[in-house]
Design a protein around this ligand. Structure first.
Ligand code: FDA
Length: 389
């Protein structure tokens, strides 16, 4: 059969934005190759058939952005609910409102504070260490918010997230630890926020609904048995959104990632924790947080008496794990520079998305960066014949 105009490797938000724009705006025939059995990348979700609850298969996804262009773009494919994310944290048998705010300070120290009193208290407690003298994450955190709040809300959680004692983590991991001297507990402070009304998969599926977009599932671009790399490399432009190290056969070594184990279970209670996310701030509780999906869509109707919760456990990813968060050690950054050099020399291939750039990208960032790639690389190439570099 005839070659497509463009091959996109990966059907996450980055790949689908490229495919959608190239089909609709540039009139191209696009072939999307996806190695999983479903499209959508990590934002993919499934409706549990028993309870009707939407389960985010690769971890909770909350959409938020202040980028007007991205907001207008995504609204072509879905409407959004008015959901506003809020997070709570459990510590020593008590539940606190996060991010650290006046409600938390009052509850934790057992008395009410005016904003100025709270500021004075935290300033006093953080005097123990000067920020410029901090030699590790623990000292840095204490220098910013004081020891009591650090030990309750940062220490255990951070230790579990990194499986490393905070005294052995670099001070650079945190630049600031915002404390809000008011009762505002909205998690995101973006201009736009909400969840896709009929779910992530409906949204992602609509992005690929164009007669000139073909999505081929269960097809790993790098598996020689598929023959796809051989068929397309050097013959048609390729946008590759898989891991950059894998593309080059890990020739400079593997980039390190952290992963999250998600333990999903259906419970016979109507409401387990009264909200979507409760962090586990105690160091001796093995999970980092518990998600309860039905609270993300309170507007939906569910089977009563049932709920679905997920316990999350954070750890270093091995080769067979889903790569979630770049570890980004000095060694990783060195390898990445070498891979970027190789990527620049790879003819007719553009690297993008979170795996292709080894960067944590929120959904709005992945979509925004794909729109820029269309404007700055693909449109000049296909519309004006510019070289693809
Ligand atoms: P993504 O990983 O989604 O897609 C890449 C696709 O390429 C995958 O489907 C993969 O199978 C495929 N692929 C890889 N190699 C291939 C190959 N060789 N051949 C064929 N296919 C291949 N963002 C946000 O805004 N709010 C949130 O709350 C969250 N929450 C969140 C939780 C967790 C645990 C994670 C890890 C991430 C988030 N995110 C998020 C980020 C969000 O998941 C991210 O922005 C998008 O997944 C980025 O889309 P990409 O297309 O870049 O990658």
């Amino acid at each position: 059969s005839a070659l497509p105009d463009l091959v996109v490797v990966g059907s996450g938000f980055f790949g689908l934005t490229i495919a959608e724009r190239c089909a609709n705006e540039l009139g191209l025939k696009v072939l999307v190759l996806e190695r999983r059995h479903h499209l959508g990348g990590n934002a993919y979700s499934e409706i549990d058939p028993e309870t009707g609850i939407e389960v985010h298969v690769y971890g909770t996804h909350l959409f938020h952005t202040s980028n007007k262009r991205v907001w207008e773009y995504v609204n072509r494919f879905t409407t959004f609910t008015g959901y506003q994310h809020r997070v709570f944290g459990k510590y020593r048998g008590q539940v606190y409102s996060l991010p650290m705010n006046l409600a938390l300070i009052n509850q934790f120290f057992g008395k009410s504070h005016t904003p100025d009193e709270a500021r004075a208290l935290i300033a006093e407690q953080s005097r123990e260490i000067a920020t410029e003298d901090a030699t590790n994450l623990e000292e840095k955190a204490i220098s910013l918010i004081g020891r009591p709040l650090y030990e309750a809300f940062i220490k255990g959680y951070t230790a579990k997230q990194w499986q490393t004692d905070p005294t052995e983590l670099s001070a650079d991991i945190i630049t600031r630890l915002p404390v809000r001297y008011n009762f505002d507990n909205r998690y995101f402070n973006d201009d736009f926020e909400g969840l896709p009304t009929d779910g992530y998969t409906a949204w992602l599926t609509r992005m690929a609904e164009h007669p000139d977009i073909e999505v081929r599932l269960d097809t790993d671009f790098l598996d020689p048995a598929n023959g796809v790399a051989e068929q397309f490399k050097g013959k048609v432009p390729i946008v590759y959104t898989g891991p950059i190290d894998e593309y080059f056969d890990n020739c400079e070594g593997r980039l390190s990632w952290r992963t999250v184990d998600l333990e999903v279970e259906t419970l016979d209670v109507d409401d387990f924790q009264g909200t979507g996310v409760v962090n586990a701030n105690d160091q001796d509780v093995p999970w980092t947080r518990i998600l309860e999906f039905k609270h993300l869509h309170p507007e939906r109707t569910y089977l009563p008496g049932k709920t679905i919760v997920v316990h999350e456990y954070s750890r270093n990813a091995s080769v067979d794990d889903e790569p979630y968060y770049p570890v980004n050690t000095a060694e990783d950054r060195e390898k990445l520079l070498k891979y970027r050099d190789l990527a620049k020399k790879e003819p007719m291939v553009l690297f993008g998305g979170r795996l292709g750039t080894y960067k944590y990208l929120d959904m709005h960032m992945a979509i925004g960066s794909a729109l820029s790639m269309v404007d700055n690389k693909l449109k000049p190439h296909f519309a004006d014949g510019a070289a693809l570099t």
